[in-house]
Design a protein around this ligand. Structure first.
Ligand SMILES: O=C(CO)[C@@H](O)[C@H](O)[C@H](O)[C@H](O)COP(=O)(O)O
Ligand SMILES: [Zn+2]
Length: 197
Protein backbone atom coordinates (compact mmCIF):
# COMPACT_ATOMS: atom_id res chain seq x y z
CA UNK A 1 0.00 0.00 0.00
CA UNK A 2 1.48 3.43 -0.89
CA UNK A 3 1.56 6.09 1.84
CA UNK A 4 -1.17 8.29 0.32
CA UNK A 5 -3.70 5.46 -0.16
CA UNK A 6 -4.61 5.51 3.54
CA UNK A 7 -6.55 8.74 2.92
CA UNK A 8 -8.55 7.33 0.02
CA UNK A 9 -11.56 5.06 0.38
CA UNK A 10 -10.94 1.41 -0.42
CA UNK A 11 -13.04 -0.31 -3.05
CA UNK A 12 -15.07 -1.86 -0.22
CA UNK A 13 -15.73 1.61 1.22
CA UNK A 14 -16.67 2.90 -2.23
CA UNK A 15 -19.08 0.03 -2.83
CA UNK A 16 -20.59 0.50 0.64
CA UNK A 17 -21.13 4.22 -0.09
CA UNK A 18 -22.70 3.31 -3.46
CA UNK A 19 -25.04 0.79 -1.85
CA UNK A 20 -26.04 3.39 0.76
CA UNK A 21 -27.00 5.97 -1.90
CA UNK A 22 -28.97 3.35 -3.84
CA UNK A 23 -30.71 2.23 -0.63
CA UNK A 24 -31.62 5.83 0.28
CA UNK A 25 -32.87 6.37 -3.28
CA UNK A 26 -35.04 3.26 -3.02
CA UNK A 27 -36.43 4.36 0.37
CA UNK A 28 -37.04 8.05 -0.35
CA UNK A 29 -37.90 8.48 -4.03
CA UNK A 30 -41.69 8.09 -4.34
CA UNK A 31 -42.52 5.29 -6.83
CA UNK A 32 -45.46 7.42 -8.04
CA UNK A 33 -43.03 10.13 -9.13
CA UNK A 34 -40.95 7.66 -11.12
CA UNK A 35 -44.17 6.29 -12.62
CA UNK A 36 -45.15 9.82 -13.62
CA UNK A 37 -41.84 10.29 -15.46
CA UNK A 38 -42.43 6.99 -17.26
CA UNK A 39 -46.00 8.05 -18.16
CA UNK A 40 -44.83 11.37 -19.60
CA UNK A 41 -42.19 9.69 -21.77
CA UNK A 42 -44.55 6.90 -22.89
CA UNK A 43 -47.21 9.45 -23.85
CA UNK A 44 -44.76 11.57 -25.87
CA UNK A 45 -43.02 8.70 -27.68
CA UNK A 46 -46.33 6.88 -28.19
CA UNK A 47 -47.60 9.94 -30.09
CA UNK A 48 -44.41 10.18 -32.15
CA UNK A 49 -43.20 13.24 -30.24
CA UNK A 50 -39.51 13.49 -29.35
CA UNK A 51 -37.64 12.69 -26.16
CA UNK A 52 -34.66 15.08 -26.02
CA UNK A 53 -31.89 14.20 -23.53
CA UNK A 54 -28.97 16.34 -22.33
CA UNK A 55 -26.24 16.56 -19.70
CA UNK A 56 -22.55 17.40 -19.26
CA UNK A 57 -19.52 15.17 -18.63
CA UNK A 58 -20.59 11.80 -17.27
CA UNK A 59 -24.20 12.88 -17.72
CA UNK A 60 -23.47 13.53 -21.43
CA UNK A 61 -22.52 9.86 -21.66
CA UNK A 62 -25.71 9.00 -19.80
CA UNK A 63 -27.73 11.04 -22.31
CA UNK A 64 -26.12 9.04 -25.13
CA UNK A 65 -26.69 5.81 -23.24
CA UNK A 66 -30.43 6.50 -22.80
CA UNK A 67 -31.00 7.45 -26.43
CA UNK A 68 -28.99 4.42 -27.55
CA UNK A 69 -31.35 2.15 -25.58
CA UNK A 70 -34.48 3.79 -27.00
CA UNK A 71 -33.49 4.29 -30.65
CA UNK A 72 -32.05 0.79 -30.72
CA UNK A 73 -33.24 -1.71 -28.16
CA UNK A 74 -33.05 -2.28 -24.44
CA UNK A 75 -34.36 -5.79 -23.80
CA UNK A 76 -37.06 -6.31 -26.44
CA UNK A 77 -37.51 -6.24 -30.19
CA UNK A 78 -39.80 -3.31 -31.06
CA UNK A 79 -40.02 -0.25 -33.28
CA UNK A 80 -37.47 2.56 -33.04
CA UNK A 81 -38.33 5.39 -30.66
CA UNK A 82 -37.69 9.09 -31.33
CA UNK A 83 -35.03 9.79 -28.67
CA UNK A 84 -32.44 12.45 -29.50
CA UNK A 85 -29.22 13.13 -27.57
CA UNK A 86 -28.30 16.82 -27.39
CA UNK A 87 -24.82 16.10 -25.95
CA UNK A 88 -23.27 14.15 -28.78
CA UNK A 89 -23.12 16.16 -32.03
CA UNK A 90 -19.55 17.54 -31.85
CA UNK A 91 -20.02 19.88 -34.81
CA UNK A 92 -23.18 21.46 -33.38
CA UNK A 93 -21.72 21.70 -29.87
CA UNK A 94 -18.38 23.21 -30.91
CA UNK A 95 -19.76 25.58 -33.54
CA UNK A 96 -22.47 26.95 -31.29
CA UNK A 97 -20.26 27.17 -28.18
CA UNK A 98 -17.45 28.78 -30.18
CA UNK A 99 -19.62 31.32 -32.01
CA UNK A 100 -22.22 32.05 -29.30
CA UNK A 101 -22.02 30.46 -25.84
CA UNK A 102 -21.65 27.08 -24.18
CA UNK A 103 -24.55 28.10 -21.97
CA UNK A 104 -26.97 27.98 -24.92
CA UNK A 105 -25.74 24.80 -26.70
CA UNK A 106 -28.64 22.67 -25.47
CA UNK A 107 -31.29 25.41 -25.65
CA UNK A 108 -30.42 25.94 -29.33
CA UNK A 109 -30.92 22.25 -30.05
CA UNK A 110 -34.18 22.25 -28.09
CA UNK A 111 -35.31 25.02 -30.45
CA UNK A 112 -34.32 22.82 -33.40
CA UNK A 113 -36.06 19.63 -32.27
CA UNK A 114 -38.85 20.71 -29.89
CA UNK A 115 -42.45 19.67 -30.43
CA UNK A 116 -45.20 20.58 -28.00
CA UNK A 117 -46.05 17.45 -26.05
CA UNK A 118 -42.49 16.11 -26.31
CA UNK A 119 -40.23 15.63 -23.30
CA UNK A 120 -36.87 17.13 -22.37
CA UNK A 121 -34.97 14.87 -19.97
CA UNK A 122 -32.00 16.61 -18.33
CA UNK A 123 -29.35 14.98 -16.17
CA UNK A 124 -27.41 17.20 -13.77
CA UNK A 125 -26.07 16.07 -10.43
CA UNK A 126 -25.99 19.67 -9.12
CA UNK A 127 -29.15 20.68 -10.94
CA UNK A 128 -27.34 23.93 -11.70
CA UNK A 129 -25.44 23.44 -14.98
CA UNK A 130 -26.28 26.66 -16.86
CA UNK A 131 -26.74 24.95 -20.25
CA UNK A 132 -29.18 22.39 -18.83
CA UNK A 133 -31.06 25.13 -16.95
CA UNK A 134 -31.32 27.20 -20.18
CA UNK A 135 -32.54 24.15 -22.11
CA UNK A 136 -35.30 23.61 -19.52
CA UNK A 137 -36.40 27.26 -19.82
CA UNK A 138 -36.59 27.00 -23.62
CA UNK A 139 -38.37 23.63 -23.50
CA UNK A 140 -41.06 25.00 -21.21
CA UNK A 141 -41.58 28.02 -23.49
CA UNK A 142 -42.08 25.59 -26.39
CA UNK A 143 -44.66 23.44 -24.61
CA UNK A 144 -42.46 20.48 -23.77
CA UNK A 145 -42.66 18.48 -20.56
CA UNK A 146 -39.48 18.66 -18.48
CA UNK A 147 -38.09 15.77 -16.45
CA UNK A 148 -34.91 16.15 -14.39
CA UNK A 149 -32.56 13.59 -12.90
CA UNK A 150 -30.51 15.42 -10.26
CA UNK A 151 -28.84 15.13 -6.86
CA UNK A 152 -30.30 16.18 -3.54
CA UNK A 153 -32.64 19.16 -3.73
CA UNK A 154 -32.55 19.42 -7.54
CA UNK A 155 -30.78 22.82 -7.61
CA UNK A 156 -32.19 25.31 -10.12
CA UNK A 157 -33.84 22.51 -12.10
CA UNK A 158 -36.24 21.87 -9.21
CA UNK A 159 -38.32 24.91 -10.15
CA UNK A 160 -38.15 24.15 -13.88
CA UNK A 161 -39.15 20.47 -13.83
CA UNK A 162 -42.58 18.95 -14.28
CA UNK A 163 -41.10 15.80 -12.74
CA UNK A 164 -38.01 15.98 -10.52
CA UNK A 165 -36.22 12.74 -9.67
CA UNK A 166 -33.63 13.86 -7.09
CA UNK A 167 -31.15 11.29 -5.75
CA UNK A 168 -30.54 11.98 -2.03
CA UNK A 169 -26.78 12.58 -2.23
CA UNK A 170 -24.36 15.47 -2.91
CA UNK A 171 -21.60 13.21 -4.30
CA UNK A 172 -21.48 13.46 -8.11
CA UNK A 173 -20.27 9.94 -9.04
CA UNK A 174 -22.64 8.24 -6.59
CA UNK A 175 -25.56 10.32 -7.88
CA UNK A 176 -24.65 9.33 -11.46
CA UNK A 177 -24.67 5.66 -10.48
CA UNK A 178 -28.18 6.02 -9.06
CA UNK A 179 -29.20 7.86 -12.24
CA UNK A 180 -28.15 4.80 -14.26
CA UNK A 181 -30.49 2.61 -12.17
CA UNK A 182 -33.33 5.11 -12.61
CA UNK A 183 -32.96 5.46 -16.36
CA UNK A 184 -32.50 1.75 -16.98
CA UNK A 185 -35.78 1.25 -15.11
CA UNK A 186 -37.35 4.02 -17.20
CA UNK A 187 -36.11 2.41 -20.44
CA UNK A 188 -37.43 -1.00 -19.39
CA UNK A 189 -40.87 0.42 -18.56
CA UNK A 190 -41.09 2.61 -21.66
CA UNK A 191 -40.06 -0.26 -23.89
CA UNK A 192 -42.52 -2.69 -22.29
CA UNK A 193 -45.39 -0.23 -22.62
CA UNK A 194 -44.63 0.77 -26.20
CA UNK A 195 -43.90 -2.73 -27.52
CA UNK A 196 -46.56 -3.45 -30.11
CA UNK A 197 -47.84 0.18 -30.21
O1 LIG B 1 -18.58 12.29 -14.65
C1 LIG B 1 -18.23 13.20 -13.93
C2 LIG B 1 -18.07 12.94 -12.47
O2 LIG B 1 -18.35 11.60 -12.16
C3 LIG B 1 -17.97 14.59 -14.45
O3 LIG B 1 -17.59 14.52 -15.81
C4 LIG B 1 -19.22 15.48 -14.31
O4 LIG B 1 -20.27 14.90 -15.07
C5 LIG B 1 -18.94 16.91 -14.77
O5 LIG B 1 -18.09 17.52 -13.83
C6 LIG B 1 -20.21 17.75 -14.99
O6 LIG B 1 -19.84 18.98 -15.57
C7 LIG B 1 -21.02 17.97 -13.72
O7 LIG B 1 -22.19 18.68 -14.07
P1 LIG B 1 -23.57 18.52 -13.28
O8 LIG B 1 -23.79 17.05 -12.97
O9 LIG B 1 -23.48 19.35 -12.02
O10 LIG B 1 -24.62 19.06 -14.21
ZN1 LIG C 1 -17.70 10.29 -13.90
Amino acid sequence: MDASSAARPSLTDYLDASIEVLRKTRDTLPPALVAEAVDRVVTALGQGRPLLVCGNGGSASDAQHITGELVGRFLKERRALKAICLSSNAAVLTAWANDYSYESVFARQVEAYAEAGGVLLGLSTSGNSPNVVAAFETARQLGMTTVALTGEGGGKLAALSDVLLAVPSRHTPLIQQAHICLYHHLCEEVEARLAGV
